[in-house]
Design a protein. Sequence first.
Lengths: 275, 310
Amino acid sequence: MEGIIAIWQRDLMKFFRDRARLFGSFTMPILFLLIFGGGMSGTMEAMMTGSMPGEADRFNYVEFVFPGIVAMTLLMTSVFSAMSVIEDKDFGYMKEILVSPISRVSIAVGKMLGAASVATIQGVLLFILIPLLGLSYNLKALVQVIPFMFLLACALSGLGLLFASLIRSTQGFQLTVQILVMPMIFLSGALFPVSNMPAWMDVIVKINPVTYGVDIMKKVMIDTENLSATVLDAMGLNITLFGRQITIFEEMLFIIIFTIVLVLLATVSFKRANA
Amino acid sequence: MSSIISVKDLTKTYKKVDAVKGINFEVEEGEIFGFLGPNGAGKSTTINMICTMLKPTSGSIVINGYDVKKSKDKVRGSIGIIFQENTLDEKLTAYENLMLHCRFYQVPKSERDERIQEVLEIVDLIDEQKQRVETFSGGMKRRLEIARGLLHYPRVLFLDEPTVGLDPQTRAHLWEYILKLKEKKGITMFLTTHYLDEAEISDRVAIMDQGNIIAIDSPKALKDQLGGDIIELSTEDNDQALKEISEKVKEAEVTVNDDIIHLKVASSDAFISSFIKTLDIPITSLNIRKPTLNDVFLAFTGRKIGQTSE
Ligand SMILES: Nc1ncnc2c1ncn2[C@@H]1O[C@H](COP(=O)(O)OP(=O)(O)O)[C@@H](O)[C@H]1O
Ligand SMILES: [Mg+2]
């Protein structure tokens, strides 16, 4: 247990010392906010609400897309933070960890928690932009969403960890991640609804943990209770699985299982890396 | 004396290379055990297998009573290792590196700070503990790694080429620390080196070449085994001199290396005066010495230890 915390804290400590990385990771979400939030919001609103003229003025695309962009930040930071595993291998520190009596699963969990915490901190820092975007979320909702953000970050860090434990070079990792991250964002409902997808894409949407993470975040952050069913539909917030509408609890369960499976796979891969 | 490490029929085959070809040895409690051999001999491979970092192809290893295959965690808790390459976190301070190590090895909380100061004292880094490791020199980093390897009071400390890449002065200094440690802690040490002088400090040396152990004994016994003295000779015409030697001198073993003729004789005192008279070719240099471990290596393999590289 102490081993897990030590590995976790080390990654957090290093994150706070590396200011360049801290600020560097903000450029992408801000760019997306400018494009989707500023430039394209009118178009998007028109597209999404086209079929229901009366509701158009009650729908704010920026309010819809902001949690999506936070989720995108979680995705990118989680996966890239997991790259610390490759850096540790390159700089030799991984040997110090692997030769110690810490169990391999604790190493994987510690690394996963480290990356997930870094990602959550980055995600929460994006909240600073809320007033600048002219948005107003309920403060209580913003606090409530943080644990869900952390949960999603855990799943995504687990994914990053698995890739990092399998791939040797940082370049190879970055390439793989870039190929992986974009579809995960576009096929999650983060930036636009994914309700009417062709069947094969729908499969990707439904096994993508970002889908459920984003859905929970939107339901917590956006005041969904006062929105009509048509608006909810336009936002794509009525995810159905096997013809039944999925609950927040089931979505959490999916993310948790996803996390456990990936961390276990990463553990196996750590074990095979040496004896 | 009881043995703390016991290795039986150990082999390791990488995809194509047979790096370790069935070696057997025991390391006794409290001794300094040296692995001497040229680069590529299989020293690191052996040490990594003993330390659970590499899976043996076959054979068995027992450390401190624990089988390396079955009880990895117990083995890991009983050993400290200084790898051939740097494994410090350079972005953290020396103190932070040591504290993380205490936590990885579950050193009791109340003892951590005391132990950290104790090991820093041994390697003379008390004043630098708050500095980031990236500001350290190569020698300081090595010392810090040694300190870190001691924190959890391991039964055996492994040192894989601890002085490689350091300048001669730093090397000598580092050995002082290592010997001081041995005196203070009576810890068992297993070290590898391809420097002959460094192997001399071991209680026993295993000479390794191309995946095999070709001799194990104390440095003194290994050298005594060769016996006598070594005469190193160069002349104006070595080929002619060799011809003459083979005709006239019967009591010496002759080898040639790097344009120097080596004569191994039982006793140089009796030999040298008559020898110089028998040789017609003018001698350009002459050196008489006791055998070194290099001569031992040469006798077993026909090569000098440094010849494979460096
Ligand atoms: N990971 C590896 N994959 C393939 N061959 C290796 C690997 N590591 C070492 N070797 C080979 O095994 C042999 C022994 O290497 P090593 O144990 O590092 O020797 P030493 O430490 O004595 O210099 C060398 O021929 C080396 O090239
Ligand atoms: Mg080596």
